[in-house]
Design a protein around this ligand. Structure first.
Ligand code: MG
Length: 266
């Protein structure tokens, strides 16, 4: 009868251990996660400077990271005094590199004394994914919206013809405006239909202007947007044909973000 006694004892000990585990008081360390350790990134000297893991797209010296959208030949905008000024005759430019999800920093300035009104006053654009030639892509508007009325889903910081900005955080002509944008690319099913839409969060001059908005598709000047499957794409800047004086850019950098959404670590 020794064996059954031993068996009962084992069962009893196991049951007691389980009960102890179930009744154990939760401890702070139960919910601590130690790995994987996030990569170390050295911030810029100021919040405007590129951090150590950024891809610098324009540092004030040259436009070698950019090409003409239609011909893919070197960009022919005007680099001078540390800034990049739109060449309206040369057309849109886009990055040589393609991106999926990213964080982008970009500074832009409307020239002092600019003339014109509505959409014809400092019009440019930041295309968060350049899906083709010309103006194909997803545009966050660049425009002089300082005391300049236009349709609100076409003013500065609007997702053009989709979402007006939450507020108008414009600085006047002659001063630098800062865009910080988080782009989450759309995803598509194997048959090309939409899986998840593109999302945009954007700050202008440190002020939240787009809060995780879901895009309806690429920007359209006329008509309703519709998604078409695409992969990683360049970032594009617009040489708009409005007759006002051209705007300038400086300090452009991007950080690639993970392709997959962040998951909770249990
Ligand atoms: Mg535009």
């Amino acid at each position: 009868m020794k064996a059954p006694v031993a068996l009962v004892a084992i069962v009893f000990v196991c049951a007691a251990a389980t009960a102890r585990a179930q009744n154990a008081k939760p401890r702070p360390e139960d919910t601590e996660v130690w790995k994987p350790v996030p990569a170390v990134v050295t911030p810029g000297k100021t919040d405007l400077d590129a951090p150590s893991d950024a891809i610098v797209l324009f540092d004030g010296k040259d436009e070698s990271q950019w090409v003409d959208v239609d011909t893919h030949t070197p960009a022919k905008w005007d680099v001078h005094d540390g800034v990049l000024t739109v060449n309206k005759h040369a057309g849109n430019i886009e990055t040589k590199q393609s991106f999926t999800n990213y964080q982008l920093h970009l500074e832009w300035k409307v020239p002092e004394g600019i003339t014109g009104s509505g959409q014809a006053r400092g019009n440019s654009g930041l295309f968060l994914a350049s899906t083709g030639p010309g103006d194909d892509g997803y545009e966050i508007q660049i425009l002089d919206s300082y005391n300049n009325t236009t349709y609100v889903n076409g003013q500065a910081a609007a997702i053009y013809k989709q979402y007006p900005p939450l507020v108008n955080a414009m600085r006047p002509p002659g001063q630098w405006n800062v865009y910080d944008v988080i782009w989450t690319a759309p995803t598509f099913k194997p048959d090309g239909s939409l899986n998840t839409p593109a999302y945009v969060t954007a700050f202008q001059n440190g002020v939240l202007v787009q809060n995780h908005v879901a895009l309806l598709g690429p920007t359209l000047y006329i008509g309703k947007p519709q998604y078409k499957a695409h992969g990683p794409e360049p970032i594009k800047l617009q040489a708009h044909g409005d007759p006002s004086a051209p705007i300038s850019f400086r300090n452009i950098w991007a950080r690639r973000l993970p392709d997959q959404p962040q998951v909770h670590v249990p």
